[in-house]
Design a protein around this ligand. Structure first.
Ligand code: NDP
Ligand SMILES: O=C1OC[C@@H](O)[C@@H](O)[C@@H]1O
Length: 335
């Protein structure tokens, strides 16, 4: 088989998730044959250089625009805070780069659509990095749901409760803080993954802090055929059991820890494990080694000329962000 052309990555942001993404990518067995972290860009050149040294990147830039202007870069990972996601995505698409942008792409579907439509116009891949969807375990969950092994599924529950409201990017409105966009999105994507269609009705509640950002939320999604999803997320409780359940008339799937990046899942006939090695730099977040699946998926899509992901594509982003729009409206969240 002809050697695949290495995918040259530009990384925007030298912070926590960029560290984890780069470290996880380097654990891929075909890393050196398929991927290369070619440039790191940060708001300061010094910070970029420190990052570049860790990940053996030949280039370190003090401006994100330098990545856009670098002809060697084919794809850009945007690992900065929410407020810069749309601006940098548009910048890189305009420069002809494929883009993997951290979640949430934007606070509203209208803003997301602008980016997705531009990527389509430019014939470039754009992925919103809802990384859960790229885990092999998520494929197995979908297969199990579709197999009929669980019978008629009528209830999905998720809870995602971790003490994060002290994190600067999450407690400030000017930084698009709040839990709906940061962790509620994972609860929503899980329900969408199971049911695969828009709910007929959304009932949401959530508390806003003095800054006007949401600290917690409870959401009921009502689907056709009296099917339901119950979503609970909070940034002000101690870490709870961040679990998810899919309940059918013949059986259930229970993900007992960190359903958004599961190490394993017990299916009807088997238990599936995601064994993920550590990378060259310690991870900042739980099970970040799973970010390797995101990088691998981007590579496979680009090299096969597929520009809309079958795991998490245009219609998936649209569904999730239209639900976020309705929840934001009901809880009075507006940036
Ligand atoms: N998929 C996942 O599991 C996770 C995803 N995320 C997502 O990643 C994104 C970044 O999160 P995280 O890495 O924790 O964030 P960090 O606080 O580490 O910030 C990331 C980068 O954003 C830039 N930045 C930070 N604060 C500011 C500011 N006030 N003004 C302008 N730029 C700023 C900096 O870029 P520079 O280095 O250029 O100075 C920084 O390095 C978020 O959108 C979040 O949703 C976060 C955690 C886990
Ligand atoms: O996406 C994420 O993963 C889980 C939490 O750490 C959250 O803050 C982060 O944005």
């Amino acid at each position: 088989m002809a050697e695949e052309k290495v995918l040259n990555w530009g990384i925007c942001g030298a912070g926590k998730i960029s560290n984890d993404f780069c470290s996880a990518m380097m654990t891929l067995s075909r890393y050196e044959r398929e991927h290369k972290i070619t440039a790191i860009a940060a708001r300061s050149q010094e910070k970029a250089q420190k990052f570049a040294d860790i990940f053996e990147a030949p280039k370190a830039y003090g401006s994100y625009k330098d990545v856009a202007n670098d002809p060697d870069i084919e794809i850009v990972y945007i690992g900065v805070i929410h407020t810069e996601h749309v601006r940098l995505s548009m910048m890189m698409l305009e420069a002809g780069k494929h883009v993997v942008c951290e979640k949430p792409l934007a606070p509203t579907w209208q803003e997301c659509k602008k980016v997705l439509d531009y990527a389509k116009e430019k014939k470039l891949l754009f992925l919103e990095a809802v990384w859960s969807r790229f885990f092999p375990v998520y494929d197995a969950i979908k297969d199990e749901v579709n197999s009929g092994n669980l019978g008629d599924i009528s209830m999905v529950t998720t809870q995602f409760c971790i003490p994060i409201m002290s994190v600067e990017r999450l407690c400030r409105k000017d930084l698009m803080g709040g839990v709906l966009l940061d962790i509620g999105i994972y609860c929503i994507q899980f329900a969408c993954h199971v049911y695969g269609e828009m709910p007929e009705k959304i009932i949401a509640t959530g508390s806003l802090n003095e800054e006007g950002v949401d600290e917690d939320g409870c959401v009921i999604l009502l689907y056709s055929g009296n099917r339901k999803a119950s979503l609970v997320y909070s940034g002000k409780t101690a870490s709870g059991n961040n679990t998810a359940t899919i309940m059918g008339s013949k059986g259930q799937i229970f993900i007992d820890d960190c359903f958004w990046c599961p190490k394993s899942v017990k299916l009807t006939d088997t238990t599936l494990e995601n064994k993920i090695p550590e990378g060259p730099s310690p991870y900042n977040f739980y099970n970040s080694g799973g970010l390797r699946y995101e990088a691998d998926h981007a590579f496979k899509l680009i090299r096969s000329g597929q520009l809309d992901s079958p795991k998490y594509g245009y219609k998936d982003v649209e569904m999730i962000h239209k639900i976020i729009d309705e929840i934001s409206k009901q809880i009075g969240l507006k940036y």
